[in-house]
Ligand binder design. Structure first.
Ligand SMILES: Nc1ncnc2c1ncn2[C@@H]1O[C@H](COP(=O)(O)OP(=O)(O)O)[C@@H](O)[C@H]1O
Ligand SMILES: N[C@@H](CC(=O)OP(=O)(O)O)C(=O)O
Length: 720
């Protein structure tokens, strides 16, 4: 692996927070016992992290097997600013709080290891004359000695480690940590991970190669529960029971706010702006929020102070908003954060009451660093290693199920609370999944998975068993509320499957979202509707054959910072829709639109069409199109006709055996292409319906066939 692949430590300044961006995907595997020397690239990292893990359960009878479950520890290389090694307690406070001593000077270290430690600390673990063996063994020794006061120099643990200084050759010496001659057995159950944060080296005993990577971290899955799963005390009990029904999993739990709390907080904020300070505490939504949380606390048999402090702060905040007569985006984010802060505190307390140790975390306190785009912030790369370090560290120090607030982050410059956009807890979950490299990310909803369309639009929607990340992302982006539009990105990057499940029907199989799936038979997967879309029809005033028209149009959007959603082009015209989430959250919307049109009118004739809906057909577009990597065909219709169109499409594609007919017939790609007659299709569509993708013939072909045969929505939807 090249040095570039192993990554470099980048430093970024975030308003006083200094972060290192780490690349851990480059872990190198070494077989301990077969290659006894450090044969990887030079470890020019700034710190090491060593962890020795037992795959099996350490038994009390085998004490002191301490190093089988030792915590990771960190040794910092001295820097120009800090010429001395950073003491461990500084380097990693939650893990090693009790040893405010530099490893070099620690009295329990053998002189040899002190020298080695010095060497390591000064040389940053670079492979030098001494080779890697000594360094690693000394690290091991430090790990044990510093982490566990009971392991003194002459204890079996320390002796074992001394034996391990001839690392690799003397397995037996190493496992001597287990008294009673059962060492060899223990040895087989060990995994040693030596990791530096830029290029990681993993040493593993060969026999344990199949041991799950997550054994090192402890966690196996993320389980995210949305507001719909947590609407009441009863639901909290259900969710706790659901989590406990997976005793083999060690989950990180991510929670949204209870029920409709986020909506109520937003409404309360808006009312506070105009109600006047004395009336702020009488806002009905505030009473609803208080009542829900206090009742839940009461019904779960918990203590009021768990949320009463937060409820008081919330009331104060609303009074503040009322006094200022202003609700900025920044304040709005702080306001809505109360929902997740309360639900996680209640749930963690309840889990502890049930005897399952849990620890509450506010995402903004554990390293969820975002842009400062209040209400729609993006997660920054630095989040991944920071969150992993914090969660793993706390777990190693004192295992407890983390209960993390979804939806929230901390602005990199402002250091204020930010939110990730509505439904953002899904993104929190996938971010944690990637950060910890977990086996699976589960998002528990109130539906049996991702469905063939929004069940609120059409009740006959059915679950989709498999999706690719691309399909799911497209579906979310084009309006399916079931997933946050950005949430697939970390999962895709981390290659971690996402399972969408129903917390009300836990045995339903749900939807599994992975990188790829068998698309050979797939035509249409799901139909999505995005309403209240603004559309611009832009027709060039120039002659045919003029070049640069498209470039000019898009540069206008770029200059004005307006995000474009769907585009259909011909040589002289462009039809495009504007991303409502990017546009409508802004205050100067009408002025902005006017400005765009004014600019565009310098080169084209522009028609503004509002109250439109985009219907997106998510499916295997590649089956008949030359456009690669496409999973979506979009149509634009009037808002008023949209639901009807979706219903007609759904019944045509999903309810009359159409897809199974197609599957059975196994229509070859070329046949689909030749049968297409897009003009007939366009004629057949409602006049308001504008197909944005005339190239994707297969679906349009089927679409037309259905319309003709079923006599579907065409006549019903045709405007008067
Ligand atoms: N294609 C779809 N599949 C499933 N649910 C959908 C779809 N489109 C919209 N929904 C809506 O999304 C809801 C679930 O998402 P959401 O309310 O964000 O859940 P949670 O709050 O549990 O995260 C469902 O109740 C359903 O009404
Ligand atoms: N509570 C936030 C974040 C969230 O993800 O919620 P849910 O998981 O209930 O969609 C919201 O309502 O937007």
């Amino acid at each position: 692996m090249s040095a570039t692949e192993t990554g470099q430590t980048k430093r970024q300044e975030f308003g006083g927070i200094q972060n290192r961006e780490h690349h851990t995907s480059s872990d190198l595997a070494y077989t301990w016992g077969h290659h006894h020397v450090w044969s990887g690239p030079p470890l020019t990292c700034s710190f090491f992290c060593v962890r020795v893990v037992s795959v099996g359960q350490p038994s009390p009878a085998r004490t002191p097997m301490v190093f089988l479950r030792s915590a990771p520890f960190v040794v910092h290389k001295p820097t120009a600013r800090r010429p001395f090694p950073v003491p461990l307690y500084n380097a990693c406070p939650p893990l090693i709080p009790r040893y405010p001593v530099s490893p070099r000077r620690h009295p329990s270290l053998s002189p040899r290891s002190r020298i080695a430690a010095r060497f390591l600390l000064l040389r940053g673990g670079r492979r030098g004359k001494r080779g890697g063996k000594l360094e690693i063994s000394s690290l091991l020794e430090m790990a044990v000695v510093l982490r566990f006061p009971g392991v003194a120099r002459e204890s079996p643990g320390a002796l074992a480690l001394r034996g391990a200084s001839k690392l690799g050759r003397e397995h037996g010496g190493f496992v001597c940590a287990s008294p009673g001659g059962r060492g060899a057995q223990c040895w087989r159950r060990m995994v040693l991970v030596v990791r530096c944060q830029t290029g990681a080296a993993i040493l593993k005993e060969e026999e344990e190669a199949a041991a799950p990577a997550q054994a090192a971290a402890g966690f196996t899955v993320v389980m995210k529960f949305g507001g719909s799963s947590l609407a009441s005390a009863e639901r909290m009990k259900e969710v706790a029971d659901l989590i406990l029904s997976f005793p083999d999993e060690t989950p990180v739990v991510v929670l949204s706010a209870m029920g409709k709390t986020t909506n109520n907080l937003l409404l309360a904020g808006e009312k506070a702006v105009s109600c006047g300070a004395p009336k702020a505490c009488e806002i009905p939504e505030l009473s609803v929020i208080k009542e829900l949380h206090l009742r839940t606390i009461d019904e779960l048999g918990l203590d009021m102070p768990i949320v009463s402090g937060l409820l008081d702060q919330l009331e104060q905040l609303l009074k503040g908003i009322a006094m200022m007569k202003e609700l900025t985006l920044r304040t709005r984010d702080y306001l809505v954060s109360f929902g997740e802060c309360m639900s996680t505190r209640i749930f963690a307390a309840y889990m502890n009451k049930l005897g399952k140790k849990a620890r509450q975390y506010d995402a903004f306190d554990i390293g969820f660093i975002t842009t400062d785009d209040f209400t729609n912030a993006d997660i920054l790369e630095v989040t991944y290693p920071t969150v992993a370090k914090r969660l793993n560290g706390d777990w190693m120090d004192d295992p407890a199920i983390p209960i993390v607030t979804g939806f929230l982050g901390k602005g990199c410059k402002s250091c204020a609370v930010t939110t990730l956009g509505r439904g953002g807890s899904d993104l929190t979950a996938t971010t944690i999944g990637k950060s910890l490299g977990l086996r699976e990310i589960q998002v528990w909803k109130d539906v049996d998975g991702v469905l063939t369309c929004d069940p609120n639009i059409y009740a006959n929607a059915i679950p989709v068993p498999y999706l690719t990340f691309d399909e799911a992302a497209e579906l979310a982006y084009f309006g399916a509320q079931v997933l946050h539009p950005q949430s697939m990105r970390p999962a895709r990057e981390g290659g971690i499957p996402v399972r969408v499940k129903n917390s009300y029907n836990r045995h339903a199989p749900g939807t599994v979202i992975t990188k790829s799936r068998d698309m050979s038979k797939s035509i249409l997967t799901s139909i999505v509707l995005k309403s209240n879309v603004t559309m611009l029809d832009i027709v060039s005033t120039r002659m045919l054959g003029q070049y640069g028209f498209l470039a000019k149009v898009f540069s206008i959007f770029e200059d004005l910072g307006i995000s474009v959603d769907c585009v259909a082009t011909s040589e002289v015209s462009i039809s495009l829709t504007l991303d409502p989430s990017k546009l409508w959250s802004r205050e100067l919307i009408q002025q902005e639109l006017d400005h765009v049109i004014e600019e565009l009118e310098k080169i084209a004739v522009v028609h503004l069409l509002q109250k439109r809906s985009i219907i997106s057909l998510i499916g295997n577009v590649q089956r008949s199109s030359l456009i690669l990597e496409k999973v979506n065909i979009s149509l634009v219709v009037n808002d008023s006709e949209a639901k009807q169109c979706v219903q007609a499409l759904h019944s045509a594609f999903f309810e009359n055996g159409f897809l199974s007919e197609v599957e059975a017939a196994d229509v070859p790609q070329n046949d689909l292409l030749t049968k297409v007659d897009c003009n007939t299709l366009v004629d057949a569509l409602p006049r308001s319906c504008l197909p944005l993708e005339l190239l994707n013939q297969s679906v349009l072909f089927f679409f037309r066939e259905r319309i003709e045969h079923e006599n579907g929505f065409v006549t019903e939807c045709r405007p008067e």
